[in-house]
Design a protein around this ligand. Structure first.
Ligand code: AMP
Length: 434
C-alpha cells in the first residue's frame, strides 16, 4: 500500500516523499482514513509507530479541504504532555505541511510568554501546546479556543501520569461541543477509558501494537551487574561496542547528573536531560545528541518522553524503571518505524522485582547475559534504593527497611542526613524520578 491511496493531496504526498517514507505504517493505514472520515478516534499506539504522522497528515488534509479560516484563532489544537514532544509534533506539522500555506505554532512553559502571545495574535491554524501554558494563555485572553474543530490528545496516558487530568478537563470545557476529537495513548488504564468516555463520541478504535507490547524490531537483553559497577559497565559497552549514540535512563535527576560526570571522566561526551534543566539546556542537549556531537544522552523518564530520534541504535536502562509501563516507553525510542535497535537493561540484586514486573507486563522473558569481567553476585544482600527523600524496595527478596538501611546502603550524597521514619516499608508506593 502506498500513501497515494489514502486520500491525501499532492502537496502532502510530496512532503511525505521528501521524508523518504515509501509506505504508511500500520497506525497510519488505519488512522489516516479514520480521521479523514471526520469521526472521533481512540488509538492505541506507542511512540515509534509513526503515530504523529498518523494524525498530522489527515489533519492537514482536512484543513486543506475546509473553507478558509474566518478568524485568526486556531482550528486545530494538539495537546502533549511535555515540551519536547510539543516541539517535535509541531516540527512534524511543519515538515508535512511545508507545501501548504497553513500556520502552526507551539506553546509551552519555561520560556517567555510574550513571543507566544505575539505569534497567536498574528494568527495560527494548528496550535500544539502543553496544558499549563495553554491555560495561562487563555487566562491572559491571548487565546481563543472557540474555533477549534479538531482536538488531539497525544500520549494521554502520560498526561494522566503527570497529573494533567484537571487541566485537560478545563481545556475540554473551553472547546466547542461540535468538534472532532482524537485520543492517542500507549496504554489503556481505567483512567484512560474514563477520559475517553468523556472526550469522545462513538469513537473508532484503532490498536496497532498489542497493548503494552514492545516492538519486535528491538533486540532486548539484560546484563546482571553489581550496583557499584554499573557505571564502568556502561563505559565498557560504549567503548568496546564503539557506540556513538546511546540514550541512557536513570531513575533520578541526581543519578543522571552524576553519571554524566563519570562518563566524562572516562572520555565519553554526555549530557543530562531532566526536569531541573532549563528549556534551553534541554534543547541544546537534544540538538547535540541528534547531530552526533554527544555520544550519550542521560535522561529521566518524564524528560525523555517523546524524544524523537530516527533509528536510535542503543537504549540503556541504567536503572530499571520502577513503573513497568515506563520500560515500554523507554525502549520505544529505538527500533522505530521498522529500524532495528538494541535495548539493554542493567539488573542489580536490588532491582529483581522491577524486572519481574516488566516481564509480566510485556509477557516475555528477557534474556540475561553476563558481560565478561562484570560478573555479578546475585546472591548478595539486596538494598533499598534511594529515591529522592525516600527508599523503595526493588528486590523480590523481602527487605527489612522499616528502620534506616544499613550504613552501606545509604546514598552517597543525599542533601539531608538519613532520619528515622523516612523509609518506605514493605510495600512501597510507586514513584517516579523525573
Ligand atoms: P512517531 O511514532 O510519531 O514518534 O514516529 C516515529 C518515527 O517514524 C519518526 O521519526 C518518523 O519520522 C518516522 N516515520 C513516520 N512514518 C513513517 C513511515 N511511513 N515510514 C518511515 N518512517 C516513518
Amino acid at each position: 500500500m502506498s500513501f497515494s491511496t489514502l486520500g491525501l493531496s499532492e502537496p502532502i504526498l510530496r512532503a511525505i516523499a521528501d521524508e523518504g517514507y515509501t509506505e504508511p505504517t500500520p497506525i497510519q493505514k488505519s488512522a489516516i482514513p479514520a480521521v479523514l472520515a471526520g469521526g472521533d478516534l481512540l488509538a492505541g499506539a506507542q511512540t515509534g509507530t509513526g503515530k504523529t504522522a498518523g494524525f498530522t497528515l489527515p489533519i492537514l488534509q482536512r484543513l486543506l479541504d475546509a473553507s478558509p479560516a474566518v478568524s485568526k484563532a486556531p482550528r486545530v489544537l494538539i495537546l502533549t504532555p511535555t515540551r519536547e514532544l510539543a516541539a517535535q509534533v509541531e516540527a512534524s506539522v511543519r515538515t508535512y505541511g511545508k507545501y501548504l500555506s497553513l500556520r502552526s505554532a507551539v506553546v509551552f512553559g519555561g520560556v517567555g510568554l510574550h513571543p507566544q502571545i505575539e505569534k497567536l495574535r498574528r494568527g495560527v491554524d494548528i496550535l500544539v501546546a502543553t496544558p499549563g501554558r495553554l491555560l495561562d494563555l487563555h487566562q491572559q485572553k491571548a487565546l481563543d479556543l472557540s474555533k477549534v474543530s479538531i482536538f488531539v490528545l497525544d500520549e494521554a496516558d502520560r498526561m494522566l501520569d503527570m497529573g494533567f487530568i484537571h487541566d485537560i478537563k478545563k481545556v475540554m470545557k473551553l472547546l466547542p461541543a461540535q468538534r472532532q476529537s482524537l485520543l492517542f495513548s500507549a496504554t489503556f488504564s481505567e483512567d484512560i477509558k474514563n477520559l475517553a468516555d468523556k472526550l469522545l463520541k462513538s469513537p473508532q478504535l484503532i490498536e496497532v501494537a498489542r497493548r503494552n507490547k514492545t516492538a519486535e524490531t528491538i533486540l532486548q537483553k539484560v546484563h546482571p551487574v553489581d550496583r557499584d559497577r554499573k557505571q564502568k559497565l556502561l563505559s565498557h559497552l560504549i567503548k568496546s561496542g564503539d557506540w556513538h549514540q546511546v540514550l541512557v535512563f536513570t531513575r533520578t535527576k541526581h543519578g543522571a547528573n552524576k553519571l554524566v560526570e563519570q562518563l566524562g571522566g572516562d572520555g565519553i561526551t554526555a549530557m543530562a536531560i531532566h526536569g531541573n534543566k532549563s528549556q534551553t539546556a534541554r534543547t541544546r542537549a537534544l540538538a547535540e545528541f541528534k547531530s552526533g556531537d554527544l555520544r550519550a544522552l542521560v535522561a529521566t523518564d518524564i524528560a525523555a518522553r517523546g524524544i524523537d530520534i530516527d533509528q536510535l541504535p542503543h537504549v540503556v536502562n541504567y536503572d530499571l524503571p520502577n513503573v513497568a509501563e515506563d520500560y515500554v516507553h523507554r525502549i520505544g525510542r529505538t527500533g522505530r518505524a521498522g529500524a532495528s535497535g538494541e535495548a539493554i537493561s542493567f539488573l542489580t540484586v536490588d532491582e529483581t522485582r522491577f524486572l519481574a514486573e516488566i516481564e509480566r507486563l510485556t509477557q516475555q522473558n528477557l534474556p540475561q547475559e553476563v558481560v565478561p569481567g562484570f560478573e555479578a553476585d546475585m546472591n548478595a544482600q539486596p538494598m533499598p534504593i534511594p529515591m529522592g527523600r525516600q527508599y523503595i524496595n526493588g528486590s523480590l527478596k523481602k527487605l527489612n527497611i522499616s528502620g534506616p538501611p544499613p550504613r552501606a546502603a545509604r546514598p552517597a550524597s543525599p542533601s539531608r542526613p538519613a532520619s528515622k521514619g523516612r523509609h518506605q516499608s514493605a510495600k512501597p508506593r510507586q514513584s517516579r524520578g523525573a
